[in-house]
Design a protein around this ligand. Sequence first.
Ligand code: ADP
Ligand code: MG
Length: 477
Amino acid sequence: DGGALSVLSRPSRMMLLVNPQSGKGQALTLYNNHIQPMLNEAGVTHTLVITERQNHARELVKEADMSQWDALVIMSGDGLLFEVINGLLERADWEEAIRTPMGILPGGSGNGLAASVHHYSGLPAPAAATMRGRDQSLHCFLSSRTSRRSLSPPRWLQQAVLQRLWPQCVWYYSRLNVGFARATRIKASLVSTEELLVSCGFLLCQGLVAHMDLVSIHLCSGLRLFSFLSMAWGFVADVDIESEKYRHVGAARFTVGTLVRLASLRVYRGRLAYLPAPEDDHSEVEGSRNDVTLRCNGQASSLDPSRDSPRPKTFHNSCHSNNSCKARGRRESAPCRSASGALAGPPDSLLPPLDQPLPGDWVVVQEEDFVLMLAMYQSHLAEDLLAAPDATPDDGVIHLFYVRAGISRAALLKLFLAMEKGAHVGANCRHMVHAKVRALRLEPLSPKGVITVDGEVVEYGPVQAEVHRGLGRLITG
Ligand code: ADP
Ligand code: MG
């Protein structure tokens, strides 16, 4: 029913993986200052593991004796959790391993799942950081310079953004008729990651565990991976990747990236189709049998049972490889296999092979010119982007958004500003379509482009996805 399944036992045997390089490179300091004291006080015992390199966490959970652990907690961005989930699902005993409760503490620059967990808890949004001297510097800028007339100056804009010359940026975007007050909010929308961290630490201490959807994704080379947060193509994917270079500004990197990319808006060609989700869906959560045997119990918990059930979010797992896309259109999408040769991950029931036609009950989108495609299975794409406001952790739904070509820069900026509060959904933007789906297929036609899964770049080419309801377990507090 989407409520809490169980409560972590105490003392718990929690593995806490910290990526010291995530975000602004301060994850360890944040752990020492905030998380360690909080967990100690709450009596949550844990083993700290500091990741040393890319794929370290993935290899570790793939080989670990999982009977030793009650929970895996990630303190990093979404990228490290992606590794962990994929590592778990590459195991021969994936079915058992993926039931390990997973927790997330925002330490990265892309903290979509942490922001979603916070959102589901119903706690108030972390306060926006104040902008010191904003009004004064804005005034100085506006009164001294009136010569910048051009509306497409990406070079200076990029410089302005990188040097954090916010008044210049605000000036530029206010010229796009979004209104001066709204444009200044671009800057003020910097949420405080530290507040989000403290909130997520608190929820972790409570230790409530809930189901979380995972989405199986087939790539053109035949590889399959599982995703817990999002899949993107076009504008959002480009911003995600380009904004890596702004990671020193932390969670604001998406805002910065959006502003810069907006100046060089382009159209992406492709074919999109989806299988709509039934209106009133009471389908069963996958893997719900035997849930009670999770290595959790409520005995020693000091939780308040009167709290509302949390609604945690999604997960995914992936079988990784660096294969190129040569097999496109020829090979069937092969299921991914664990080291033992057994099938890894649950079978997909809705997806024909990627090179085969789709069944008749799929909806084929008529347009082939897009600005973006975004598939969300949790509420937040990033800390200040409430992309799928009505998503819940285990609703069994992929919230599909696409924006048709022809949208103006101003309208697109308005959409992203509205997304801060999730208001884009009701904004009546005629270029944006929102559909709740079970599965989707995207065939990009533009020769070059980027597809991201949970913020990580995957092979560019035809791709399809199917949601597996409640396959993972998420500590939601
Ligand atoms: P961010 O949101 O800051 O990008 P992520 O969690 O997405 O944080 O981490 C980014 C990448 O860093 C992940 O792909 C992960 O594999 C990698 N990583 C993990 N540990 C280390 C490390 N010690 N040094 C460098 N990279 C690492
Ligand atoms: Mg990342």
